[in-house]
Design a protein around this ligand. Structure first.
Ligand SMILES: [Zn+2]
Length: 309
């Protein structure tokens, strides 16, 4: 647990996770700063009221300490209900690495739900990417998730959940949690870009405004500005059309220099995989080209759904 903040009025439980991938410290830093900001806000702004409670969690603590994406498996591909049920029913002593991390995340969240007797939960999952040039939100199929994602002021990526499975966005819903639950993921930029921290803070504060936990007049417009300025040349909504799956990332070499949302044409050379040239099968925009040694999604090709006016 990075921090916990309880507002003066009742409201939803907001769970913010960072470091689900241990090599993504920006979200963790953002949450550390956010809790400090929330502590001083009522002093500098006596009218400030927060509705509900926030908890901030480091998703993969052991990988975070090592600065690695994961120890034995990607925690953000493990959230399959049957598998999670097994972990729930297991003793901690029987579990290790990511399985143990998941158990601790679930226990922490369940404890808060029981204690608060809350009727609504939101999950904001903060990430960063190994590629540069783009921030974006990932929404579930839930309407409220899509609405929140639009309000964060970053491109919204639709259809990503159909190309991969077992992410937090797949799991955190009413069926699995037992109370109405809405989840959104935010990608704040490159892992090592200092501004990724600011963008994660800005997205988090915009999220709180959208769910009604803080009043719009208490949100400084620099939070909107940080994101709008960064996104002014990026598409508003894109849809995933293609994903390249890597069998063995030891033999994966992404062609250097790709940025998120860069235009690519069918036939463009994208990478080398086990010595073979990989080309793009379609025209579109590249998303999340993989420039790190761990991970199995080589790159995504997305299509702009709505050209900005
Ligand atoms: Zn991540």
């Amino acid at each position: 647990m990075i921090g916990k903040y309880k507002g003066a009025e009742d409201g939803p439980l907001l769970v913010i996770t960072a470091g689900m991938h241990g090599n993504e410290p920006a979200g963790v830093k953002a949450l550390e700063l956010l809790f400090k900001m929330l502590e001083v806000e009522p002093i500098t702004n006596p009218d400030f009221v927060y509705k509900g409670e926030i908890i901030g969690i480091i998703g993969n603590l052991s990988a975070f300490h090592l600065g690695k994406r994961f120890i034995s498996k990607d925690i953000n591909r493990c959230w399959e209900p049957e598998f999670i049920d097994k972990i729930k029913n297991a003793q901690k002593s029987e579990l290790k690495d990511e399985d143990l991390e998941i158990k601790e995340i679930l226990d922490t969240i369940q404890h808060e739900i029981n204690r608060l007797n809350t009727s609504k939960m939101y999950l904001l999952d903060l990430h960063t990417t190994s590629s540069d040039g783009g921030i974006f939100c990932i929404a579930t199929h839930h309407k409220e998730s899509i609405d929140i994602a639009h309000d964060l002021h970053a491109p919204v990526v639709l259809g990503l959940m159909d190309g991969i499975s077992g992410t937090t966005l797949h799991y955190f819903n009413q069926t699995n949690i037992g109370i109405p639950t809405v989840a959104v993921a935010f990608e704040g930029g490159h892992h090592d870009d200092a501004m990724s921290v600011n963008r994660c803070i800005a997205a988090t504060i915009n999220f709180m405004r959208t769910i009604g936990a803080i009043r719009p007049e208490h949100v400084e417009n620099r939070h909107d500005h940080i994101l709008l300025e960064y996104c002014k040349n990026l598409p508003e909504v894109v849809e995933v059309k293609y994903k390249y799956h890597i069998e063995d990332n030891h033999v994966w070499q992404m062609k250097p220099g790709f940025r998120n949302f860069q235009v690519v044409k069918k036939g463009d050379v994208m990478a080398r995989d086990n010595g073979q040239v990989v080309t793009s099968p379609i025209d579109g925009l590249i998303l999340m080209p993989l420039y790190q040694s761990q991970g199995e999604d080589g790159f995504f090709i997305v299509e702009d759904r709505k050209i900005k006016q």
